[in-house]
Design a protein around this ligand. Structure first.
Ligand SMILES: Cc1cc2nc3c(=O)[nH]c(=O)nc-3n(C[C@H](O)[C@H](O)[C@H](O)COP(=O)(O)OP(=O)(O)OC[C@H]3O[C@@H](n4cnc5c(N)ncnc54)[C@H](O)[C@@H]3O)c2cc1C
Length: 230
């Protein structure tokens, strides 16, 4: 018998891998939620999101203000901005929002952690073209950032509307992930003479500072006063 007569055993058939869903959390899955109401509560508590998209294989992640409107995220910016042009062209994008609630100090370096609430949302955006719809979206945007402000300040005029791009990002897939509570130390470390616990962190409103050129006699609007003390 020659070597040519020996049949090479066929390699074991590879089990087909399940396609990985882009928004499914893989590590510490019990912290994840796919319930839109959980994700939306985290989105609504935030101001700044990081918007990711790729152009010719080059990834970009740009910080931006955002506002949620139902199942969509409103973004706005200069009409000439690369992000606005790319997203209006229908590229896939990803928005990520994070609140850091505390630093978790464990007895060991390894078990240090962070308390957080975060969301990652995927979808495609469309540009709002109709001037009336654009004005309405910007009104909603201003009020989402500072409730009560839209009715107080002057709305965008025709040329400001023309210079502004407004995008509606459809939230197609979304995940939330939350960590809360104290350190999860190894049992052997519990007797170490090291302080352990949580250092809470929060973004706080400050006291409003009036513009130097504010016309005399204009007081804090109610919506601002209540936020300043709230
Ligand atoms: C808290 C916050 C909120 C913002 N909100 C908005 C918003 O609502 N709308 C809006 O249009 N813009 C917003 N910006 C600005 C935004 O991050 C971009 O700078 C802006 O959109 C400019 O876009 P561009 O097309 O000129 O830049 P691009 O052409 O997209 O960027 C060119 C390069 O400039 C650099 N760059 C761009 N922006 C930043 C940045 N912020 N920090 C560091 N490097 C940067 C990067 O290297 C990037 O690749 C916000 C920024 C911050 C920090």
């Amino acid at each position: 018998m020659t070597a040519a007569d020996v049949e090479t055993p066929a390699p074991p058939a590879k089990r087909p891998r399940k396609p990985r869903q882009r928004h499914v959390v893989r590590r510490v899955r019990e912290r994840a939620s796919y319930d839109r109401s959980d994700a939306y509560a985290i989105l609504d508590a935030g101001l700044v999101g990081h918007v990711g998209f790729a152009v010719d294989g080059q990834p970009f992640v740009i910080p931006m203000l955002y506002a949620r409107d139902g199942d969509r995220i409103l973004l706005h910016g200069a009409i000439a901005s690369r992000l606005q042009q790319q997203l209006a062209g229908g590229v896939e994008c990803c928005l990520s929002v994070t609140h850091v609630d505390g630093l978790v100090l464990a007895r060991s370096h390894f078990h240090h952690s962070v308390n957080y609430r975060s969301v990652v949302a995927f979808g495609k955006a469309t540009a709002v073209v109709d001037p009336a719809a654009k004005a309405a979206a910007l009104w909603h945007f201003v009020d989402a950032v500072i409730p009560g402000r839209a009715a107080d300040a002057r709305p965008a005029d025709r040329s400001e509307l023309a210079a502004t791009s407004v995008l509606l990002l459809d939230i197609v897939d979304v995940s939330a992930k939350v960590r809360s509570g104290g350190p999860k130390d190894h049992p052997d470390d519990l007797s170490l003479p090291v302080w352990a616990g949580v250092l809470p962190l929060a973004t706080k409103r400050g006291t409003p500072v009036a513009a130097e050129d504010l016309a005399p006699g204009i007081g804090f609007p109610d919506y601002l006063a209540s936020r300043a003390t709230g």
